[in-house]
Design a protein around this ligand. Structure first.
Ligand code: AMP
Ligand code: ZN
Length: 457
């Protein structure tokens, strides 16, 4: 049996996965910033994390999956300036920041459920962990890693010699030529741990702290909450590739300075979904949601399958044509599996091949090819069914529950179809055509077959 191997961004190589505690795996995944709906790009990252979790479970590990919800402190600019995305979203939607966090948080969970993504064991909201974040910043202050500017408490990245290792940042190059006024952030690589509420302004979300009223910086929530739920050093931390140079770099800096660990044993990143050549961004305001795909007649499972056709470490381009093509393949698989009937004995050779690919850094495209190869073999249908059901523990396509769509044709439509048949028998073709038009106006099609008229939706 080949061991599970995963790519670790920190070491820039594929490593054999060994859990820190026998049989158990702790995963922390950076969750959504709830100022808008998730777009299908965000969902690609959560699908990658779901596959990771299911592969770990397939390998017999018990997984503790923690996901945060960012509901404060994520600013529009990575330079820790600009507005809080939540306060801005509140102006856009007319909801309070608190209402909006609940609204988009619930919408996010509904999307995960539709995609058959297993729910995290722990959901943690930044605003529910203000004390933990303040305590973390106090510890960094005691250890000499902070300084005060006009607008907040900052992390002094020059204090930490390993700063930027995850992203292989050229920190000296980045820090060159910085001319700063007293009271300003000193280096581009420094970042806010605590921001003061702007003078004379009352924010919707603000708290007292040893440094004054304000709110936590975006990165501190993940260092503080992952330590609370998973400890100072846990197995796997994941997120999208955009998190490598800033968010995860800064999470590591905080935890390394305070706790002396690089936070997680494995750092894993899902690569972006692109729209054509452009990246899909929530802040651009123009994006596709899962609901947009459903509106076009696709099931959520079509998007799940679509994402599994590319490796998580390659960027993937979305188009309606490719979604349609993968959906056609998926519907064929569902139908085949349905026709295979009751499950028999799973084929251990086929499962070994499948496991080989999923354990090879989650190579889902190759794992899926194993299914299509199996379809062509002369394995008994019942055994194919049993093998597929086992694989579906990882794929999460819900093969066992799939049913062919049965079309319910209203009596009114059936009556029109019968009248049209009569008109055709009477050779009254004008009337037959008019009746067909009426049927089509009600959303149905008539196909004339040798067995008689067939009504489709
Ligand atoms: P956000 O809600 O903006 O904090 O992002 C939620 C998650 O989606 C993060 O893990 C991001 O790295 C990830 N993400 C953002 N845009 C994309 C994209 N176009 N494709 C894949 N993942 C993305
Ligand atoms: Zn995070």
């Amino acid at each position: 049996m080949n061991p599970l191997q995963l790519f670790d961004t920190y070491e820039r190589k594929v490593r054999i996965f060994e859990p820190l505690k026998a049989g158990q795996v702790g995963i922390y995944a950076c969750g959504p910033t709830v100022y808008n709906y998730a777009h299908i790009g965000n969902l690609r990252t959560y699908l990658f994390e779901d596959i990771l979790r299911r592969v770990l479970e397939f390998n017999g590990y018990q997984v503790q999956h923690v996901m945060n919800i960012t509901d404060v402190g994520h600013l529009t600019s990575d330079a820790d300036t600009g507005e809080d995305k939540m306060e801005l979203g509140s102006k856009r939607t007319g909801m309070t920041a608190w209402q909006m966090a609940d609204f988009y948080g619930d919408a996010f969970k509904a999307d995960l459920a539709l995609l058959n993504i297993l729910m995290p064991d722990v959901w943690c909201k930044a605003t529910d962990h203000i004390d933990e974040q303040i305590a973390f910043v106090e510890d960094l202050e005691t250890k000499g890693y902070t300084y005060r500017t006009n607008d907040g408490i900052y992390f002094n990245s020059r204090q930490l010699s390993s700063y930027g290792h995850l992203a292989r940042l050229d920190v000296d190059g980045l820090r060159q030529g910085a001319r700063v006024q007293p009271g300003e952030r000193r280096f581009v690589t420094d970042f806010a741990l605590w921001k003061f509420s702007p003078p004379g302004e009352q924010r919707q979300m603000e708290w007292p702290s040893p440094w004054g009223t304000g709110f936590p910086g975006w990165h501190i929530e993940c260092s503080a909450m992952s330590a609370k739920y998973l400890g100072d050093f846990f197995d796997i931390h994941c997120g999208g590739e955009d998190h490598i140079p800033i968010h995860h770099t800064n999470e590591i800096a905080q935890t390394e300075a305070s706790r002396g660990t690089r936070l997680a044993n494995f750092w894993m990143h899902g690569y972006f979904l692109q729209m054509g050549d452009a990246k899909m961004a929530k802040s651009s305001g123009e994006f596709l949601r899962l609901a947009s795909l459903i509106d076009k007649g696709f099931d959520a499972s079509a998007y799940r399958y679509f994402c599994m056709t590319a490796h998580y470490r390659t960027q993937m381009s979305f188009s309606w044509e490719s979604l349609q093509a993968t959906d056609t393949a998926l519907q064929r698989l569902y139908q085949l599996s349905y026709d295979w009937g009751e499950p028999g004995q799973a084929c251990s050779d086929t499962l070994a091949q499948f496991r080989h690919h999923i354990n090879d850094d989650l190579n889902l495209p190759r794992a899926i090819a194993v299914i299509w190869d199996m379809v062509k073999t002369d394995l008994a249908d019942a055994d194919k069914k049993a093998t597929l059901l086992k694989m579906d523990e990882v794929l999460g396509l819900g093969v066992a529950d799939w049913q062919p769509k049965t079309l319910t044709v209203p009596a009114e439509v059936m009556a029109l179809v019968e009248q049209r048949e009569q008109a055709r028998t009477d050779r009254d073709f004008a009337r037959a055509d008019a009746l067909r038009t009426e049927v089509e106006a009600l959303g149905f099609q008539i196909e004339d077959t040798r067995q008689g008229p067939k009504v489709t939706g």
